[in-house]
Ligand binder design. Sequence first.
Ligand code: SF4
Length: 361
Amino acid sequence: MSEKDHIAGALLEWFEQHGRKDLPWQTNRTPYRVWISEIMLQQTQVSTVIPFYERFMTQLPTVEELAAATEDSVLHLWTGLGYYARARNLHRCAKQVCASHKGVFPSDRAGLEALPGIGRSTAGAILSLAMDTRAPILDGNVKRVLARYHAVAGWPGQRVVSDTLWSHAENHTPQKRVADYTQAIMDLGATCCTRSRPICEQCPLKRGCAACAQGRQSDFPGRKPRKPIPLKQRWLAVVTRPPGEVLLQKRSDSGIWGGLWAPPEFETASTAEAWIANTLSLKAERCRIDEPFHHTFTHFKLEAHLVRAQCAANHPETIDVKSDVDHLQWFAFHPLPSVGLPAPIVRLLARLGNENPQRSN
Ligand code: SF4
């Protein structure tokens, strides 16, 4: 038996007994359902994704409904999952599938990859899992299995390493039972060939695995070269008004919180205070600066200082907000608004909401 057949055969046999068959996106497998799961699973674990996926599918069960939804409602369903560009691309992609493909996903790799947010691996997953069409995938779990099996040195973010892994992925993908094979290799990476403690004794690929034979499992895949993470300081204008509302601004589409609602952000305390003074006719003396909160992103650490100001109830200052120009809007703390909110801002609003408990009538 060739090495290629050995891998596909061993994985398919292992899958019968150990593969996962009851994940929510494995029932009623359609391109839409597989696509949503694949996008959610990028950089996020299965156990975290499941409740988000189920909520998303209940609210937006078809590509047409996703295309017709508002951006705020899509980002709201994504709140807590992070990497919000995924949700914005998802929305754009659904609109494109409806406008250009009559609501039917293309059934070839080039057509899928031409859609926003769909790369080669996601296209491969849609083709293999939802259409049973032969196409390799290379998500994080598959990269780990193949890098170890073939002892591929180097960080998969480098082109040359990624090309080598793709060529192994292409080579191992069988002609038949592609959906089961694809699920099997993903499951092996998630449950057996895990990042920190691979269970090689129970692995169906042990016989040919180079990393296992050399006892060098932890060397593969190679790690990303480390760079110090820069610190960014920002000042958030946190303006509240009785009986328990906060002024939020919808961010433009670019940037890490693109399309989400958050307090207006500034590079210095004085520009935040000047903005509060100009926009709400509140004197800078009425502002105070609270302890900052911290949040770590992939590329930088954020230190966000809060420039707090409180408007008086029924004061004219509270209504002079140019919402259409500045994308500003007052929101109640209770319940939290049904729009996209970054996770640190959800925590901030919960804290501010406790300072401004809802008044009972
Ligand atoms: S033998 Fe070990 S290192 Fe190799 S693929 Fe299996 S679990 Fe991973």
